[in-house]
Write a protein that binds this ligand. Structure first.
Ligand code: SF4
Ligand code: FES
Length: 248
């Protein structure tokens, strides 16, 4: 395949970025999207030009770091996958592909396609944990009965990989889907009840402090989420928040 890539190049967060065109050829359908970028970078290095900076780690849909906006869609045209799981067979010979970083005030650009998603880490740190007695009298987690449907819903919420596609897909750059997944995975379990009220209030407060927008129920986040995190988590977080606030 021959393709025309239009890639966002930006030196750092203080400088202005722009789309730069790169024609590329010899791309196979079974290459992953990141392998295609590797081919481009190899060519740029051989020509003595600066390679395109993009984030990646596991390359198997686990770490959530490969956050790219591809032709206007977070993680590209496929559903329920990350950019590293996207295959070039999804594109046609002669296509133009526009590749940009995820856009949100709370995700400043570090360089080119790499963004700073540490705002998500700070939301996690605000409440994404439980306190466990590790003094030697720790109760085995399996000793506490959990209803199957609740265990499944908690597990599903816990599959959020913190990629940020929900924020990039949202016209308000809202982080409600991410935050609600992190709240829900504990809210559904008995082990999460002790700090439940404090957790939801602290995590929502941190989410607002980071500059994410409000949720206006468009559902774009759920459509673009590579892990299929459900909007039900947002409804649950809202209920948890209201209950916690009413109790003071
Ligand atoms: S909710 Fe989905 S889109 Fe948002 S950070 Fe988690 S995995 Fe990514
Ligand atoms: S590189 Fe880890 S999810 Fe894509």
């Amino acid at each position: 395949m021959k393709l025309l890539l239009k890639i966002w190049r930006q030196k750092n967060n203080d400088s202005k970025g722009k789309l730069v065109e790169y024609p590329i050829s010899g791309i196979e359908g079974d290459m992953s999207f990141l392998e295609m970028l590797d081919v481009l970078n190899q060519e740029l290095i051989e020509k003595g030009e600066e390679p395109v900076v993009f984030d990646h780690d596991c390359r198997e849909g686990i770490c959530g770091s490969c956050s790219l906006q591809i032709n206007g869609e977070p993680h590209g045209p496929d559903r329920l996958i990350t950019t590293c799981q996207l295959h070039m067979r999804k594109f046609n010979d002669g296509d133009t592909i526009v590749i940009e970083p995820f856009r949100a005030t709370a995700f400043p650009v570090i360089k080119d396609l790499m963004i700073d998603r540490s705002a998500f880490d700070r939301i996690q740190q605000a409440g994404g944990y439980i306190s466990v007695n590790t003094s030697g009298n720790t109760v085995d987690a399996n000793a506490i009965p959990v209803e199957k449907d609740k265990a499944d819903a908690s597990f599903n919420a816990a599959t959020c990989i913190g990629c940020g596609a929900c924020v990039a897909a949202c016209k308000n750059a809202s982080a409600m889907l991410f935050t609600s997944a992190k709240v829900s995975q504990f809210a559904l379990l008995p082990q999460g009840q002790v700090e439940a009220a404090e957790r939801v209030q602290n995590m929502v407060r941190q989410m607002d402090l980071e500059g994410f927008g409000n949720c206006t129920n468009t559902g774009a986040c759920e459509v673009e989420c590579p892990k299929g995190i459900s909007l039900e988590n947002i409804a649950r977080m809202n209920r948890e928040y209201l209950t916690a606030s009413a109790r003071g």
